[in-house]
Write a protein that binds this ligand. Structure first.
Ligand code: EPZ
Length: 421
């Protein structure tokens, strides 16, 4: 299935209309939250991507009755038949978001034994804040031969995160939803998927207030009822498509997105001279002038998302002047720029800063995708480059973007799969 590479012939402007799939990171959190439910749930608008299939296999392994229809983008989960709270490392190492199973199992069954999470290699990714939260909620934590074991009846508590963590905020929210008493999460992440997960939990009967601000208040409830829930569109896919449109000097209408989630990116694209117009659930991106260099620093939401730093820095390799990109969230998220040097990109990396001087052309080259958003950045580089770009290891891209090649092809890109020789 993965023995292919991507071939891209660049310099073709993207034109036409496309659409955004359901949010990857939201879906992973919402599906995990369904494990807390005391009745069957239906989750809709799931993206058909590898990470969702991995989570489906984990949920099945737990013994939940689960039916996934990738064509309908829908999963039905009945967690009342769960018969184990152990998830081996062979499952959890397949993706970072497997950490959510911990919060959900602890919250529902008061115990679990779960392998450490895997995920993209973008720097050190500890889970100490998740564990701190579980511990303050009453979980006794042990490391048993590389497995995290949690035991104890969760009770409400005030929890002040030492740094803003998206996964930590959601995971502790899952564990606290059915805990006895009140929990307050301070210094909480405000990302759209934190809000969407809280909305889903509330739809099931949870009492969570303040999601989307830095203080989330949770009043534990004993039971959660089954609902049908539709996850929000993918913020990062929307941004990737916007950047691809800008990079190819195209004219693209992106349907089914939430423009308010895109404000940080929209502001930066406007600063570069890209025309971005927002409607209710549509964004249009059009280019009619040269791109200007900018200064960009990643921040937690509502700041510029780290997940769009890589696609955006690919775009900046062709802007007029020298851009400065500061990556504040992860410590190793510039590997795509090293690859792009082989295409002629001019980049100086110094710690968490990358200085990118725009060049008049990039040349197609063989490249290696090292992580999901880095892979998307290389696709964007290929779309801009003269000649043919070959991307080895595109499996990373497939983990997080639904039908990216098909969507780009439909907009006029020359992108195709070829057998690995
Ligand atoms: C989530 O990762 C996303 N993953 C990431 O998306 C995203 O890049 C990241 O949030 C930031 O927005 C999922 O939602 C599945 P964090 P997460 O906890 O939860 C440090 C993608 O490409 N930290 O907000 O792992 C951490 O090292 C992926 O879709 C601790 O030190 O991110 C990092 O420097 C990649 N201790 C910072 O906080 C902890 O216990 C933010 O991490 C937790 C985090």
């Amino acid at each position: 299935m993965y023995d292919y590479k991507l071939l891209i012939r660049g310099e073709r402007p993207l034109e036409g209309e496309t659409y955004v799939s359901g949010g990857k990171n939201t879906s992973l959190a919402v599906l995990s939250a369904a494990l807390l439910c005391d009745e069957p749930c239906v989750i809709e608008n799931l993206p058909d991507i590898e990470d969702i299939h991995v989570l489906y296999r984990i949920i099945k392994h737990l013994g939940a009755k689960v039916e996934f229809d990738p064509k309908q983008r829908r999963m039905e989960i009945d967690s009342t038949s769960i018969h184990t709270t152990e998830v081996p490392f062979s499952f959890t190492q397949q993706m970072r978001a497997s950490y959510y199973v911990m919060g959900a199992l602890f919250g529902h069954f008061w115990e679990c034994r779960v392998g450490y999470p895997g995920g993209c290699d973008i720097g050190s990714r500890p889970i100490d804040q998740h564990l701190k939260g579980f511990n303050l909620l009453g979980g006794e934590i042990r490391d048993e031969g590389g497995m995290i074991c949690l035991k104890g009846k969760p009770h409400g508590a005030p929890i002040n995160f030492d740094m803003i963590t998206v996964g930590g905020t959601i995971n502790v929210m899952l564990a606290a939803a059915k805990a006895q008493g009140n929990t307050v999460l301070l210094n909480a992440a405000r990302e759209p998927h934190v809000v969407d997960t809280a909305n889903f939990l509330n739809a099931m009967g949870a009492r969570i207030r303040g999601a989307g601000t830095d203080t989330i208040r949770i009043k534990g409830v004993p039971k959660l009822r089954g609902v049908t829930y539709t996850v929000i569109p993918d913020q990062i896919e929307t941004g990737t498509l916007m950047i691809a449109a800008a990079a190819t000097r195209g004219n693209v209408i992106i349907r089914g997105c939430i423009p308010t989630h895109m404000e940080a990116l929209t502001a930066k694209l406007l600063e570069m001279g890209v025309m971005v117009t927002e409607f209710d659930d549509i964004i249009s991106v059009k280019v009619n002038r040269a791109h200007r260099a900018i200064r960009l620093a990643t921040q937690e939401y509502p700041g510029f998302p780290t997940d769009l730093q890589q696609p955006m820095s690919a775009l900046l390799t062709r802007a007029n002047g020298t851009s400065e990109v500061i990556e504040n969230i992860f410590d190793n998220r510039f590997k795509h720029l090293d690859e792009m040097r082989r295409m002629g990109a001019q980049v100086v990396i110094s710690g968490k800063r990358a200085y990118i001087t725009g060049v008049s052309e990039l040349r197609g080259a063989p490249l290696m995708a090292g992580d999901l958003r880095g892979g998307a950045a290389l696709v964007i580089a290929g779309l801009m480059a003269k000649g043919e770009t070959e991307i080895i290891n595109p499996v990373y891209i497939q983990r997080g973007y639904e039908r990216l090649e098909e969507k780009l092809s439909a907009l006029g890109a020359d992108i195709r799969r070829a057998k690995l020789s």
